[in-house]
Ligand binder design. Structure first.
Ligand SMILES: Cc1ncc(COP(=O)(O)O)c(C=O)c1O
Length: 378
């Protein structure tokens, strides 16, 4: 964490050294606060908020779509994509580890839509299984096919462009629309060194989250054809997602999309360095090779489970999340500087020394753990 970051983080406890739970923990930049302070505001439920309109226009242009809609969360953007493109009793097809399927399917119980999960590899759905799901003889008509990049549960994996094009062509040839959950679309574009609009072209609608690696405090967008976005705007009101002087948030969103993507490569570099360091700690600890900013750390099949690791690392001032019984997730973001990577590695080394029978500890790691524990209350 840099001194300038500390200035923007008055609410973070100083003892909390490294937070790798998610890139959603990023705090607004000073430039965001300034844009929020200066933003022209209106009533977005009446005649519109000018800053929200500007953000919608900027994102639509960036993604090469006719229109965009500002919503509170990526979950709402994804739900609106389904509601605005699929009629009741239709099927929505997704890769079965996608966020929309594993974590947002509850919303489908309100929609009258049926979410069907297909097998996949590294977040990329099996195209043969998709072909079957789209067959005219299938019991339900598939109205929408969804992809996700970067793919959260596949450790920030990036869908290859050729795969996205194949899914898109197949779905469209069978009369289905395509939605792209691009909550971290800029991370994918950076990893592929392609403009976001090239990835967005493979979908009719695209959701984009502002409050993950892009550091805005809240907000997401759904971009797509004019008529679809107009339908989504009416549905947003029904869901209670219409806000009033929402330009306060949209102003931070403008900074998020216009300025923040340029630094995402740094997060990817640090994730790679973190992964390399983790792989050097103990032969039984295996870290994924991250394509973007998410590292998955596989724990040994026996011994302490992820909750014990989360707890011990937390005591050392390093916050991570359990991603299953024997897997941890570590996400790099704007507040993860080079020193934070070193602190995280030292903490994992020290905790490995404590929790794994054959060690992995070193005097340096032990002393860092000791210092951190002194500084963490409780
Ligand atoms: C790929 C993906 N889509 C959608 C979401 C939902 O975002 P939110 O919690 O902001 O609604 C997440 C959250 O982590 C995500 O990883």
């Amino acid at each position: 964490m840099t001194p300038s970051d500390r200035q923007t983080l008055p609410l973070l406890p100083q003892a909390l050294l490294v937070d790798l739970r998610s890139d959603t923990v990023t705090q607004p930049t000073l430039a965001m606060y300034e844009r929020m302070r200066m933003a022209p505001l209106g009533d977005d439920g009446l005649d519109g908020d000018p800053t929200a309109r500007e953000l919608e226009a900027v994102v639509a242009h960036e993604l090469g779509k006719e229109a965009a809609l500002f919503v509170p969360t990526a979950t709402m953007a994804n739900l609106l994509a389904a509601l605005s493109q699929a009629e009741r009793q239709a099927q929505v097809v997704l890769e079965s580890t996608s966020h929309m399927f594993t974590s947002e399917r509850g919303g489908a119980t309100l929609t009258g839509l049926f979410y069907a999960g297909l097998p996949g590899v590294a977040g990329a759905m099996d195209v043969a299984a998709l072909e079957q799901a789209l067959a005219p003889s299938a019991p339900l008509r598939t109205a929408l096919v969804c992809m996700e990049t970067t793919h959260t549960n596949a450790g920030g994996a990036v869908l290859p462009l050729a795969h996205m094009q194949a899914v898109s062509e197949l779905a469209r040839s069978r009369g289905a629309c395509v939605h792209l959950d691009g909550a971290r679309l800029f991370n994918a574009a950076v990893a592929l060194d392609l403009p976001v609009r090239v990835l967005a072209r493979t979908a009719d609608t695209v959701s984009l989250c502002l409050s993950k690696g892009l550091s805005a405090p809240a907000g997401a967008l759904l971009a797509g054809p004019q008529a679809t976005v107009a339908r989504a705007r009416r549905l947003r009101r029904m869901l209670g997602g219409t806000q009033r002087q929402v330009g306060v948030m949209a102003a931070a969103g403008l900074e998020a999309v216009q300025v923040m993507p340029a630094r995402l490569a740094e997060d990817h570099d640090r994730a790679r360095r973190l992964s390399q360091g983790l792989n050097g700690i103990h032969p039984a600890l295996r870290a994924s090779a991250p394509a973007t900013n998410i590292v998955l750390l596989e724990l040994p099949p026996a011994g302490h489970d992820s909750s014990a690791w989360v707890q011990e690392l937390g005591r050392a001032g390093v916050l991570v999340r359990a991603w299953g019984d024997r897997r941890l997730r570590l996400v790099t973001h704007r507040h993860t500087d080079d020193a934070a990577v070193e602190v995280a590695l030292a903490a994992v080394r020290a905790v490995a020394g404590k929790l794994m029978p054959s060690g992995g500890s070193s005097p340096l790691a032990d002393s860092i753990l000791h210092i951190q524990q002194q500084g963490v209350p409780g």
